[in-house]
Design a protein around this ligand. Structure first.
Ligand SMILES: C[S@@+](CC[C@H](N)C(=O)[O-])C[C@H]1O[C@@H](n2cnc3c(N)ncnc32)[C@H](O)[C@@H]1O
Length: 385
């Protein structure tokens, strides 16, 4: 079989890089088609097809999620044929192989778990030949409708991960604790910014088991709960249902920073969630965060829109002297969101929407399914009054 190299090169430049990243992140096939068209200047040319073959399909080594690859291949063939262009033999052969070797119900059912690779592409990728990227493989459900809630990748965790990678100085040398960690993306990104300690938690046991699989996939060691090691690649995992969290156990954790992605959605859980956040934020009241006497700032001053009277300055000030929380959330139900604010306020928590105040890089430019504008970032601190 002849294998030609596409003139798009080695897949390191956008949109070719985006096509490879989107394929391994298992983005919807319509998004892949759209990026493929960009690669070919509006059409899926032979060059683009060879690129798809060389850098995507043949790289799965038969380990890719077959129904997903088959669906993408079908769309490519359909798109090329409807433009009366030539489909390369490799794609035809692979499609007919999948079609004959797979039963119809396999295609419909798919696998309960798949591995998606989330590639965070550093913005320098636009100009540099060897872009820096962080690739995080994750064992998860194919979409949000299958499996446990915590086994999907939710947009808020993509946003919180971009925030962490955009502002590493906020997390470096800090003890970080995550609530409702799900697949573990946020925790794995934290390990890249050198915190002093990372504890991840979830209330669902099967989610926690899947989280541990993902930590191992990403070469991170799971620490025993009693260990005091400060290796950032060592992470503790805690079974923590908010309803039954024991105050003294929470007080032992004493994090500098509490994180949570897409944890505000069930009104019944909100009072328990708020209670856990308050306990975590009030244990370490002293100025212990000021290790070197310097102030930390959430974003450089020139990136702060000072016209927004949202309490951001107070939040930044609080973050220099006491633990704070960063909670990313998509507002799906405004009543639930407002209820969270009400319960938080009653518990003396100050909740500040800091989405507009922080400069967050777009590390996922290829992920067309991810609507980053739908995510709000809340900065939270306790008002000791
Ligand atoms: C929508 S998922 C978000 C998962 C992950 N943070 C993300 O953004 O991809 C909500 C997570 O919170 C966890 N969770 C929900 N209710 C909880 C509760 N009452 N106690 C502890 N964890 C809970 C779920 O198991 C799930 O992992």
């Amino acid at each position: 079989m002849e294998v030609k190299e596409a003139s798009g090169g080695d897949g390191k430049r956008p949109p070719w890089l985006h096509l490879v990243s989107a394929f391994f992140a298992m983005e919807p096939s319509d998004s892949l088609i759209s990026i493929s068209r960009d690669c070919g200047g509006g059409a899926i040319t032979e060059n683009v097809q060879y690129f798809i073959w060389n850098h995507c399909i043949s790289k799965t080594d038969g380990k890719g999620h077959t129904p997903y690859v088959t669906s993408f291949l079908k769309k490519v063939v359909l798109e090329v044929e409807s433009a009366a262009d030539v489909v390369i033999d490799e794609l035809y052969e692979q499609l007919s192989f999948y079609m004959t070797s797979l039963k119809e119900d396999d295609l419909a059912k798919g696998a309960p778990r798949i591995i998606r690779e989330i590639s965070f592409l550093y913005p320098t990728a636009r100009v540099c030949q060897n872009p820096r990227k962080v690739v995080v493989p994750l064992n998860c459900s194919l979409n949000m409708l299958e499996g446990d809630t915590g086994c999907s990748i939710w947009p808020s965790s993509l946003f919180l991960s971009e925030f962490i990678l955009s502002c590493p100085e906020l997390f470096s040398m800090k003890s970080c604790f995550e609530l409702g960690s799900g697949v573990g993306l946020v925790g794995i990104c934290l390990a890249h910014v050198k915190p002093s300690k990372v504890v991840l938690s979830d209330g669902d046991l099967s989610t926690l088991a899947n989280l541990k699989v993902n930590l191992e996939l990403n070469h991170m060691n799971i620490q025993s709960l009693s260990s005091e090691s400060e290796d950032p690649c060592e992470v503790k995992c805690l079974h923590l249902p908010w309803e039954s969290a024991v105050e003294s156990d929470l007080q032992d954790l004493m994090p500098d920073i509490v994180l949570g992605a897409d944890v505000i959605y069930d009104p019944q859980c909100i009072p328990h969630l708020v209670h856990v956040i308050v306990t975590l934020l009030t244990t370490k009241k002293s100025n212990s965060l000021l290790r070197d006497g310097s102030k930390v700032s959430v974003a450089p001053n020139d990136q702060i829109n000072s016209d927004i009277p949202n309490g951001y300055d107070e939040f930044v000030l609080a973050s220099t002297t006491q633990p704070v929380a960063y909670i990313a959330s998509v507002v799906r139900n405004i009543n639930t969101y407002n209820y969270f604010h009400k319960v938080a306020q009653e518990a003396n928590l100050r909740v500040v929407d800091i989405t507009q105040n922080v400069k967050i890089f777009n590390f996922l430019p290829y992920m067309l399914s991810y609507q980053r504008s739908s995510v709000r970032l809340l900065g939270i601190y306790h008002s000791f009054r």
